[in-house]
Design a protein around this ligand. Structure first.
Ligand code: AMP
Ligand code: MG
Length: 397
Protein backbone atom coordinates (compact mmCIF):
# COMPACT_ATOMS: atom_id res chain seq x y z
CA UNK A 1 0.00 0.00 0.00
CA UNK A 2 1.31 3.40 -0.96
CA UNK A 3 1.60 6.04 1.78
CA UNK A 4 1.15 9.78 1.75
CA UNK A 5 4.30 11.88 1.97
CA UNK A 6 3.45 13.30 5.39
CA UNK A 7 2.50 9.90 6.80
CA UNK A 8 5.69 8.29 5.52
CA UNK A 9 7.89 11.01 6.93
CA UNK A 10 6.27 10.94 10.37
CA UNK A 11 6.44 7.15 10.43
CA UNK A 12 10.19 7.42 9.84
CA UNK A 13 10.69 10.15 12.43
CA UNK A 14 8.64 8.28 15.03
CA UNK A 15 10.92 5.28 14.63
CA UNK A 16 14.24 7.03 14.99
CA UNK A 17 16.23 6.42 18.17
CA UNK A 18 18.54 9.18 19.36
CA UNK A 19 22.23 8.30 19.68
CA UNK A 20 23.93 8.74 23.06
CA UNK A 21 25.85 11.89 23.98
CA UNK A 22 29.63 12.20 24.16
CA UNK A 23 31.91 14.99 25.32
CA UNK A 24 34.17 16.49 22.67
CA UNK A 25 36.67 19.38 22.41
CA UNK A 26 34.82 22.64 21.73
CA UNK A 27 35.63 22.95 18.02
CA UNK A 28 34.57 19.37 17.29
CA UNK A 29 31.12 20.27 18.57
CA UNK A 30 30.61 22.63 15.63
CA UNK A 31 27.47 21.77 13.67
CA UNK A 32 26.39 19.13 16.16
CA UNK A 33 23.46 19.14 18.58
CA UNK A 34 24.00 20.16 22.17
CA UNK A 35 23.28 17.38 24.67
CA UNK A 36 22.82 19.63 27.73
CA UNK A 37 21.10 22.89 28.62
CA UNK A 38 23.58 25.72 29.09
CA UNK A 39 22.95 28.34 31.75
CA UNK A 40 25.32 31.27 32.10
CA UNK A 41 27.89 30.51 34.84
CA UNK A 42 28.37 34.27 35.36
CA UNK A 43 27.27 37.66 34.05
CA UNK A 44 28.43 38.74 30.59
CA UNK A 45 30.10 41.12 30.31
CA UNK A 46 31.74 40.27 33.61
CA UNK A 47 32.43 43.91 34.54
CA UNK A 48 31.34 47.38 33.41
CA UNK A 49 33.59 48.39 30.52
CA UNK A 50 34.01 51.02 27.86
CA UNK A 51 32.24 50.60 24.52
CA UNK A 52 34.59 53.10 22.83
CA UNK A 53 38.13 54.37 22.80
CA UNK A 54 37.79 57.71 24.64
CA UNK A 55 37.69 59.37 28.01
CA UNK A 56 36.02 58.10 31.15
CA UNK A 57 34.26 61.07 32.78
CA UNK A 58 31.67 62.02 35.37
CA UNK A 59 28.71 63.27 33.30
CA UNK A 60 27.91 65.87 35.97
CA UNK A 61 31.29 67.53 35.18
CA UNK A 62 30.37 67.79 31.49
CA UNK A 63 27.07 69.62 31.30
CA UNK A 64 28.38 72.92 29.81
CA UNK A 65 29.06 73.33 26.05
CA UNK A 66 32.80 73.29 26.73
CA UNK A 67 34.67 71.97 29.75
CA UNK A 68 38.32 71.23 30.31
CA UNK A 69 39.21 68.15 32.35
CA UNK A 70 42.57 67.04 33.70
CA UNK A 71 43.72 63.65 32.31
CA UNK A 72 44.76 61.66 35.37
CA UNK A 73 45.23 58.12 34.07
CA UNK A 74 45.09 55.56 31.33
CA UNK A 75 43.14 52.27 31.22
CA UNK A 76 43.79 49.90 28.31
CA UNK A 77 41.63 46.84 27.53
CA UNK A 78 42.85 44.27 30.00
CA UNK A 79 43.92 47.05 32.41
CA UNK A 80 42.73 47.60 35.93
CA UNK A 81 39.84 49.88 36.97
CA UNK A 82 42.33 52.11 38.82
CA UNK A 83 42.88 55.00 39.06
CA UNK A 84 39.45 56.06 40.28
CA UNK A 85 38.00 59.22 38.85
CA UNK A 86 37.71 62.45 40.83
CA UNK A 87 35.79 65.64 40.13
CA UNK A 88 37.07 67.67 37.16
CA UNK A 89 39.17 64.81 35.84
CA UNK A 90 39.08 62.32 32.97
CA UNK A 91 40.83 58.99 32.47
CA UNK A 92 41.85 57.88 28.99
CA UNK A 93 40.22 54.51 28.36
CA UNK A 94 40.28 51.96 25.52
CA UNK A 95 37.38 49.81 24.30
CA UNK A 96 36.86 46.97 26.77
CA UNK A 97 38.78 48.76 29.51
CA UNK A 98 37.14 48.47 32.94
CA UNK A 99 35.21 51.56 33.99
CA UNK A 100 36.99 53.30 36.90
CA UNK A 101 35.01 54.01 40.06
CA UNK A 102 33.35 57.40 39.92
CA UNK A 103 32.92 57.31 36.14
CA UNK A 104 29.39 57.19 34.69
CA UNK A 105 30.01 57.97 31.00
CA UNK A 106 32.61 57.62 28.27
CA UNK A 107 33.22 60.35 25.69
CA UNK A 108 34.65 58.92 22.45
CA UNK A 109 37.92 60.36 21.11
CA UNK A 110 36.02 61.70 18.08
CA UNK A 111 34.00 63.98 20.37
CA UNK A 112 36.92 65.23 22.50
CA UNK A 113 40.00 67.40 21.94
CA UNK A 114 43.07 66.12 23.70
CA UNK A 115 45.65 68.81 24.71
CA UNK A 116 48.67 67.17 26.36
CA UNK A 117 47.52 66.73 29.99
CA UNK A 118 44.02 68.07 29.41
CA UNK A 119 40.98 67.25 27.35
CA UNK A 120 38.25 69.56 26.10
CA UNK A 121 34.77 68.05 26.11
CA UNK A 122 31.67 69.50 24.51
CA UNK A 123 28.72 68.90 26.80
CA UNK A 124 26.20 67.98 27.74
CA UNK A 125 27.27 64.37 28.23
CA UNK A 126 24.54 61.94 29.23
CA UNK A 127 25.23 59.60 32.10
CA UNK A 128 25.58 55.90 31.05
CA UNK A 129 26.76 56.83 27.52
CA UNK A 130 29.13 54.32 25.88
CA UNK A 131 29.34 52.02 28.88
CA UNK A 132 28.70 48.28 28.53
CA UNK A 133 27.30 47.18 31.85
CA UNK A 134 28.01 43.98 33.65
CA UNK A 135 25.29 41.44 32.83
CA UNK A 136 23.66 43.52 30.05
CA UNK A 137 24.34 40.74 27.54
CA UNK A 138 23.53 37.72 29.71
CA UNK A 139 22.76 37.40 33.40
CA UNK A 140 24.24 34.65 35.52
CA UNK A 141 21.97 31.56 35.52
CA UNK A 142 20.03 32.63 32.39
CA UNK A 143 19.32 29.68 30.08
CA UNK A 144 21.25 30.55 26.92
CA UNK A 145 21.12 27.34 24.85
CA UNK A 146 19.01 24.25 25.23
CA UNK A 147 19.46 20.57 24.45
CA UNK A 148 19.08 19.86 20.74
CA UNK A 149 20.33 23.25 19.51
CA UNK A 150 22.69 23.12 16.55
CA UNK A 151 26.04 24.63 17.50
CA UNK A 152 26.79 27.40 15.06
CA UNK A 153 29.70 29.88 15.35
CA UNK A 154 27.80 32.21 17.73
CA UNK A 155 27.11 29.28 20.06
CA UNK A 156 30.78 28.30 19.92
CA UNK A 157 31.66 31.91 20.78
CA UNK A 158 29.43 31.92 23.85
CA UNK A 159 30.55 28.49 25.03
CA UNK A 160 34.16 29.69 24.78
CA UNK A 161 33.26 32.84 26.78
CA UNK A 162 31.79 30.60 29.45
CA UNK A 163 35.04 28.62 29.57
CA UNK A 164 33.84 25.35 28.03
CA UNK A 165 36.98 23.60 26.78
CA UNK A 166 34.84 20.58 25.90
CA UNK A 167 31.13 20.13 25.55
CA UNK A 168 28.55 17.29 25.54
CA UNK A 169 26.93 16.79 22.13
CA UNK A 170 25.11 13.87 20.55
CA UNK A 171 27.23 11.33 18.79
CA UNK A 172 27.72 11.51 15.02
CA UNK A 173 25.82 8.83 13.12
CA UNK A 174 27.96 6.38 11.12
CA UNK A 175 25.90 5.86 8.00
CA UNK A 176 26.54 2.95 5.65
CA UNK A 177 25.89 3.63 1.97
CA UNK A 178 25.27 0.75 -0.40
CA UNK A 179 24.53 0.97 -4.11
CA UNK A 180 22.99 -1.97 -5.92
CA UNK A 181 22.91 -2.90 -9.58
CA UNK A 182 24.62 -5.19 -12.10
CA UNK A 183 25.18 -2.28 -14.50
CA UNK A 184 27.29 -0.28 -12.05
CA UNK A 185 31.05 0.14 -11.88
CA UNK A 186 33.02 1.79 -9.12
CA UNK A 187 34.40 5.27 -9.51
CA UNK A 188 37.95 4.87 -10.79
CA UNK A 189 37.27 1.65 -12.74
CA UNK A 190 37.92 1.86 -16.51
CA UNK A 191 35.01 3.64 -18.19
CA UNK A 192 33.25 1.99 -21.15
CA UNK A 193 30.09 2.72 -23.10
CA UNK A 194 27.90 0.06 -21.51
CA UNK A 195 28.35 0.79 -17.82
CA UNK A 196 27.12 3.36 -15.33
CA UNK A 197 29.46 4.77 -12.71
CA UNK A 198 28.08 4.34 -9.21
CA UNK A 199 27.52 8.05 -8.73
CA UNK A 200 24.77 7.70 -6.13
CA UNK A 201 27.10 6.52 -3.38
CA UNK A 202 29.06 9.72 -3.81
CA UNK A 203 26.14 12.16 -3.81
CA UNK A 204 24.61 10.35 -0.83
CA UNK A 205 27.94 10.39 1.02
CA UNK A 206 28.25 14.12 0.34
CA UNK A 207 24.74 14.70 1.67
CA UNK A 208 25.46 12.59 4.77
CA UNK A 209 28.64 14.56 5.32
CA UNK A 210 26.87 17.89 4.87
CA UNK A 211 24.52 17.27 7.77
CA UNK A 212 27.35 16.31 10.09
CA UNK A 213 27.20 12.50 9.94
CA UNK A 214 29.93 10.12 8.84
CA UNK A 215 29.44 8.21 5.57
CA UNK A 216 30.80 4.67 5.29
CA UNK A 217 31.15 3.48 1.69
CA UNK A 218 30.09 -0.14 1.22
CA UNK A 219 30.46 -0.10 -2.55
CA UNK A 220 28.16 -2.04 -4.86
CA UNK A 221 25.98 -5.09 -4.27
CA UNK A 222 25.04 -7.04 -7.39
CA UNK A 223 21.45 -7.89 -8.26
CA UNK A 224 21.50 -11.35 -6.65
CA UNK A 225 20.60 -12.66 -3.22
CA UNK A 226 24.10 -13.72 -2.16
CA UNK A 227 25.77 -10.42 -2.96
CA UNK A 228 22.93 -8.40 -1.42
CA UNK A 229 22.90 -10.59 1.71
CA UNK A 230 26.64 -10.01 2.23
CA UNK A 231 26.57 -6.27 1.78
CA UNK A 232 23.29 -5.63 3.60
CA UNK A 233 24.51 -7.68 6.57
CA UNK A 234 27.64 -5.53 6.71
CA UNK A 235 25.53 -2.36 6.43
CA UNK A 236 23.30 -3.30 9.34
CA UNK A 237 26.30 -2.97 11.69
CA UNK A 238 26.19 0.84 11.42
CA UNK A 239 23.85 3.43 12.97
CA UNK A 240 21.87 3.65 9.74
CA UNK A 241 21.95 2.08 6.30
CA UNK A 242 21.07 3.77 3.03
CA UNK A 243 20.67 1.66 -0.09
CA UNK A 244 20.16 2.90 -3.62
CA UNK A 245 18.18 1.12 -6.38
CA UNK A 246 16.65 -2.31 -6.56
CA UNK A 247 13.37 -1.42 -4.84
CA UNK A 248 11.12 -0.91 -7.87
CA UNK A 249 9.05 -3.64 -9.47
CA UNK A 250 11.77 -4.95 -11.82
CA UNK A 251 12.48 -8.68 -11.88
CA UNK A 252 15.95 -8.07 -10.42
CA UNK A 253 14.83 -5.69 -7.67
CA UNK A 254 15.68 -7.93 -4.72
CA UNK A 255 16.59 -5.43 -2.00
CA UNK A 256 13.30 -5.73 -0.11
CA UNK A 257 13.26 -9.52 -0.37
CA UNK A 258 16.76 -9.86 1.03
CA UNK A 259 16.10 -7.34 3.80
CA UNK A 260 13.09 -9.48 4.81
CA UNK A 261 15.33 -12.60 4.86
CA UNK A 262 17.64 -10.73 7.22
CA UNK A 263 14.73 -10.06 9.62
CA UNK A 264 14.62 -6.40 8.75
CA UNK A 265 11.07 -5.23 9.29
CA UNK A 266 9.57 -3.17 6.46
CA UNK A 267 7.47 -0.23 7.69
CA UNK A 268 6.48 0.99 4.24
CA UNK A 269 7.16 0.51 0.55
CA UNK A 270 6.04 3.20 -1.90
CA UNK A 271 5.11 6.77 -1.14
CA UNK A 272 2.75 9.02 -3.14
CA UNK A 273 5.54 11.31 -4.32
CA UNK A 274 7.26 12.09 -7.59
CA UNK A 275 10.10 11.40 -7.94
CA UNK A 276 10.84 8.70 -5.41
CA UNK A 277 7.75 6.51 -5.37
CA UNK A 278 9.46 3.17 -4.54
CA UNK A 279 11.13 4.58 -1.39
CA UNK A 280 11.17 1.94 1.33
CA UNK A 281 11.74 2.25 5.05
CA UNK A 282 12.62 -0.65 7.35
CA UNK A 283 14.08 -1.28 10.78
CA UNK A 284 16.40 -3.90 12.17
CA UNK A 285 15.94 -3.39 15.90
CA UNK A 286 16.52 0.35 16.19
CA UNK A 287 18.70 0.58 13.06
CA UNK A 288 16.87 2.35 10.25
CA UNK A 289 17.28 1.20 6.65
CA UNK A 290 16.38 3.72 3.96
CA UNK A 291 16.03 2.08 0.56
CA UNK A 292 16.02 4.82 -2.03
CA UNK A 293 15.26 4.50 -5.74
CA UNK A 294 18.22 4.22 -8.12
CA UNK A 295 17.69 7.21 -10.33
CA UNK A 296 20.21 9.78 -9.12
CA UNK A 297 17.60 12.56 -8.92
CA UNK A 298 15.18 10.34 -6.99
CA UNK A 299 17.86 9.25 -4.56
CA UNK A 300 18.96 12.83 -3.89
CA UNK A 301 15.42 14.13 -3.42
CA UNK A 302 14.28 11.27 -1.20
CA UNK A 303 17.44 11.66 0.86
CA UNK A 304 16.59 15.32 1.33
CA UNK A 305 12.97 14.66 2.29
CA UNK A 306 13.28 11.51 4.40
CA UNK A 307 16.84 10.63 5.33
CA UNK A 308 18.12 14.08 6.25
CA UNK A 309 15.45 14.77 8.91
CA UNK A 310 15.83 11.22 10.26
CA UNK A 311 19.62 11.46 10.63
CA UNK A 312 19.37 14.90 12.23
CA UNK A 313 16.86 13.54 14.72
CA UNK A 314 19.14 10.57 15.41
CA UNK A 315 21.97 13.01 16.13
CA UNK A 316 19.86 14.89 18.66
CA UNK A 317 18.83 17.92 16.62
CA UNK A 318 15.58 19.67 17.51
CA UNK A 319 15.19 21.39 14.14
CA UNK A 320 15.14 18.56 11.58
CA UNK A 321 12.95 19.76 8.73
CA UNK A 322 14.29 22.50 6.50
CA UNK A 323 12.33 25.75 6.73
CA UNK A 324 9.53 26.18 4.22
CA UNK A 325 9.06 29.43 2.32
CA UNK A 326 6.29 30.81 0.15
CA UNK A 327 7.30 31.66 -3.40
CA UNK A 328 5.45 32.86 -6.48
CA UNK A 329 5.45 30.74 -9.61
CA UNK A 330 6.65 32.69 -12.66
CA UNK A 331 5.13 30.20 -15.12
CA UNK A 332 2.07 27.97 -15.02
CA UNK A 333 2.82 24.32 -14.34
CA UNK A 334 0.91 21.06 -14.59
CA UNK A 335 1.25 17.74 -12.82
CA UNK A 336 -0.79 14.58 -12.49
CA UNK A 337 -2.98 14.54 -9.39
CA UNK A 338 -2.36 11.85 -6.75
CA UNK A 339 1.26 12.42 -5.76
CA UNK A 340 3.21 15.23 -4.13
CA UNK A 341 5.63 16.54 -6.72
CA UNK A 342 9.08 17.74 -5.74
CA UNK A 343 9.77 20.18 -8.52
CA UNK A 344 13.35 21.24 -9.14
CA UNK A 345 13.31 25.03 -9.24
CA UNK A 346 15.44 28.09 -9.31
CA UNK A 347 14.48 30.53 -6.56
CA UNK A 348 15.16 34.23 -7.07
CA UNK A 349 14.58 37.23 -4.85
CA UNK A 350 12.65 39.86 -6.84
CA UNK A 351 12.34 43.05 -4.79
CA UNK A 352 12.09 41.12 -1.56
CA UNK A 353 9.66 38.52 -2.89
CA UNK A 354 10.72 34.97 -3.64
CA UNK A 355 9.85 33.85 -7.15
CA UNK A 356 10.51 30.50 -8.80
CA UNK A 357 11.12 29.14 -12.24
CA UNK A 358 11.35 25.47 -13.09
CA UNK A 359 15.03 24.57 -13.48
CA UNK A 360 14.02 22.66 -16.64
CA UNK A 361 13.04 19.12 -17.66
CA UNK A 362 11.48 17.42 -14.63
CA UNK A 363 11.93 13.86 -15.91
CA UNK A 364 13.48 11.65 -13.26
CA UNK A 365 16.39 10.74 -15.54
CA UNK A 366 17.53 14.36 -15.96
CA UNK A 367 20.27 15.16 -13.46
CA UNK A 368 21.13 18.52 -15.05
CA UNK A 369 18.01 20.19 -13.71
CA UNK A 370 18.90 18.99 -10.21
CA UNK A 371 22.36 20.46 -10.69
CA UNK A 372 20.90 23.84 -11.72
CA UNK A 373 18.21 23.93 -9.02
CA UNK A 374 18.68 25.84 -5.77
CA UNK A 375 15.33 24.77 -4.38
CA UNK A 376 12.53 22.23 -4.40
CA UNK A 377 8.89 23.32 -4.75
CA UNK A 378 6.56 20.97 -2.93
CA UNK A 379 3.40 20.71 -5.00
CA UNK A 380 0.45 19.15 -3.13
CA UNK A 381 -0.75 15.68 -4.18
CA UNK A 382 -4.35 16.55 -5.02
CA UNK A 383 -3.60 19.49 -7.33
CA UNK A 384 -3.00 19.24 -11.09
CA UNK A 385 -2.62 22.82 -12.32
CA UNK A 386 -0.83 25.85 -10.91
CA UNK A 387 -1.30 29.22 -12.57
CA UNK A 388 1.50 31.73 -13.03
CA UNK A 389 1.42 34.07 -10.03
CA UNK A 390 0.25 31.37 -7.63
CA UNK A 391 2.08 30.94 -4.35
CA UNK A 392 3.64 27.56 -3.55
CA UNK A 393 5.85 26.14 -0.81
CA UNK A 394 9.60 25.87 -1.44
CA UNK A 395 12.72 24.75 0.37
CA UNK A 396 16.26 25.76 -0.43
CA UNK A 397 18.64 22.92 -1.25
P1 AMP B 1 16.68 0.90 -10.48
O1 AMP B 1 16.11 1.61 -9.25
O2 AMP B 1 17.56 -0.23 -10.13
O3 AMP B 1 15.58 0.53 -11.42
O4 AMP B 1 17.58 1.97 -11.21
C1 AMP B 1 17.02 3.10 -11.83
C2 AMP B 1 18.03 3.86 -12.65
O5 AMP B 1 19.02 4.41 -11.81
C3 AMP B 1 18.81 3.00 -13.65
O6 AMP B 1 18.96 3.77 -14.85
C4 AMP B 1 20.14 2.77 -13.00
O7 AMP B 1 21.16 2.56 -13.90
C5 AMP B 1 20.34 4.07 -12.25
N1 AMP B 1 21.18 3.81 -11.08
C6 AMP B 1 20.95 2.86 -10.16
N2 AMP B 1 21.91 2.87 -9.22
C7 AMP B 1 22.74 3.88 -9.54
C8 AMP B 1 23.91 4.38 -8.93
N3 AMP B 1 24.41 3.86 -7.81
N4 AMP B 1 24.53 5.43 -9.52
C9 AMP B 1 24.03 5.96 -10.66
N5 AMP B 1 22.92 5.52 -11.26
C10 AMP B 1 22.28 4.48 -10.73
MG1 MG C 1 18.62 -1.85 -10.89
Amino acid sequence: MSRSFEYARSLILNNITQLPPETVPLLESFGRALAVDISAPFDLPRFDNSAMDGFAVRSEDCQRPEVTLQITGYIPAGGRGEPSLTQGCAVKIMTGGPIPTGCNAVVPFEEAEERETEVIIHGPVNSLDHIRFRGEDIRQNDLTMSTGSALRPAAINMLASFGYVEIPVYRKAKVAILSTGDELIELGDPLSSDVVVNSNSWSLAAAVHELGAEPVMLGIARDNHASLRDKLTAGLEYDALITSAGVSAGDRDFVREVLAELDVKQLFWKVDIKPGRPTTFSLKGTTPVFSLPGNPVSSMITFEQFVRPALLKMMGHRQVIKPLFKATLKEATRKKPGRVQFMRVFITNENGELTINSSGDQNTGIVCTMLRANGIAILPAERDFFAAGETVTVQFI
